[in-house]
Design a protein around this ligand. Structure first.
Ligand SMILES: C[S@@+](CC[C@H](N)C(=O)[O-])C[C@H]1O[C@@H](n2cnc3c(N)ncnc32)[C@H](O)[C@@H]1O
Length: 453
């Protein structure tokens, strides 16, 4: 194909699950890195595969009336937001449609009621956690910010982000100038040399506490006491400062060894009437306000009773079990991250919940090592990571024969796959409730209650 032939005019018809725009050319699907449904665009085909093509957007020929002005100056190149330029009502419509598509195509489910998606009241400043990366640049200087769209190893210098508060933007800038002024070496993700790796900021929505977590390679932070003094001086809202060290090559913002540089080493968030302790390396739902709606929806769907025995698998810091414990007989939580289990136990104590126990274990091993009699558990709640349920876990869960199985998912495609499998084991899914936890991004959360047929 010569370069001229690669240039095409396309009508965007849909948005795909991966955030790409969808068009068709000569009966073949084309995925585009931009464009909104209803728009006519000029694009260049950059990759041709047997079943689909990939194209790069060159120019919008006819704009959609639903196109909005993106608020953020980094929108065009930032890997964080995908649809800041699309009217929020349309974002919600497409997210719900993607749930329907996944259930139909991947789950073979045509009769599941997909309820109207619950949108977020806040469209900006809704995140309670952001991870910023350091990156060494070719000229020997460095950047601190977020990933460039589509690039795992390129970080751009962030000057504003509208997903966390203004404090977070100022903290990024302060950290950048401190590292530059002290000439602290920045980690190189390709050669695995250098020191500064991530800046993680956690900020509660309801209690106004802020955690600064500095993740580095192993070793002490140069002039750490000066850094702490500066952060405390400039940011009275910061309530704890933590240093995490790691030797791991994988590009994840967690540490293997933690030092509390200042404050209690945790922050506390309030959900409903309960208080939850959050530590640097433990999971907590990233949008606190929507987390309350997610949990409320889940509990309404579940309709648990006072005699129910509940297994809360992938329990994180224990929020679901602790919030539910009052209305059931007992809860057992299972979580693989030790620090999260520690926080979960503390959380149970802080909230005076006695009928709950937590196990630090891989769910797969827990279910194998502690076999329960079928019928001894009334309710199983699963809230796995994006990969969904491992087939062995799915089989083990189904073999417990809980009368209610509540599945919370952050990935409609693996949820759909697991729905199909659960059906084989006699579990029926009448309805799902999608919830938007992350406006402007492609992420979709959903809850469904399976019933034993
Ligand atoms: C989506 S989070 C759910 C947390 C919790 N339900 C909540 O709402 O706060 C998934 C959790 O599963 C944990 N996890 C991942 N793989 C696991 C495994 N194989 N066994 C146990 N826990 C696991 C993660 O550490 C994380 O805390």
């Amino acid at each position: 194909m010569n370069p001229q032939e690669k240039r095409v005019e396309l009508e965007v018809t849909d948005l795909a699950f991966n955030g790409k725009a969808v068009a068709h050319l000569n009966g073949k699907v084309v995925f585009l890195d931009g464009g909104l449904p209803g728009e006519l665009v000029e694009a260049e085909i950059i990759q041709s595969r047997p079943r689909f093509d990939q194209a790069r957007l060159l120019r919008i020929v006819r704009k959609s009336p639903e196109r909005m002005e993106a608020r953020c100056r980094h929108f065009e190149h930032c890997g964080g937001c995908t649809w800041q330029d699309l009217d929020y009502a349309q974002q919600l419509r497409f997210k719900r449609k993607q749930v329907i598509d996944c259930l139909e195509r991947l789950g073979d489910q045509k009769d599941v009621e997909v309820r109207e998606i619950i949108g977020s009241e806040r469209l900006f400043f809704y995140r309670n956690k952001m991870e910023f990366s350091f990156d060494l640049t070719a000229d020997g200087s460095f950047t601190l910010g977020l990933h460039r769209r589509g690039c795992w190893d390129e970080i751009f210098d962030l000057t504003e982000c509208h997903l966390q508060s203004e404090t977070s933007n100022r903290l990024v800038s302060c950290m950048r100038s401190f590292v530059a002024s002290r000439d602290i070496p920045v980690y190189d993700v390709r050669r695995h040399t250098g020191f500064m790796r991530f800046l993680v900021i956690r900020e509660t929505a309801h209690t106004g506490q802020v955690m600064v977590n500095i993740v580095t390679a192993t070793g002490e932070i140069p002039a750490a006491s000066e850094l702490v003094a500066r952060l405390r001086d400039e940011f009275p809202e910061v309530t704890t400062i933590i240093h995490n060290e790691t030797d791991r090559k994988s590009n994840v913002a967690t540490g293997d060894s933690e030092t509390v540089l200042w404050g209690p080493g945790y922050i506390e968030e309030q959900l409903f009437q309960s208080r939850f302790r959050i530590r640097a390396n433990s999971f907590f739902q990233t949008n606190s306000r929507q987390a309350e709606r997610l949990y409320r929806t889940a509990f309404d769907m579940l309709e648990a009773g006072p005699s129910d025995r509940v297994l809360d698998l992938y329990c994180g810091t224990g929020c679901i079990g602790i919030l539910l414990a009052d209305s059931v007989a007992e809860v057992v939580g299972v979580e693989i991250v030790g620090e999260a289990v520690r926080a979960a136990r503390e959380n149970a104590e802080i909230n005076g919940v006695a009928n709950i126990n937590f196990h630090e274990n891989n769910v797969k091993d827990f279910l194998r090592e502690k076999p329960q009699q079928p019928g001894s558990i009334d309710v199983v709640i699963v809230d796995p990571p994006r990969a969904g349920l491992n087939p062995r876990v799915l089989k083990q869960v189904a073999s417990l024969r809980p009368s209610k199985l509540l599945y919370i998912s952050c990935n409609p495609s693996t949820f759909a796959r697991d729905t199909r499998q659960l059906q084989q084991y006699g579990y029926h899914l009448p309805a799902v409730q999608p919830i938007d936890m992350f406006p402007h991004t492609m992420h979709i959360e959903l809850v469904g209650r399976f019933e034993l047929t």
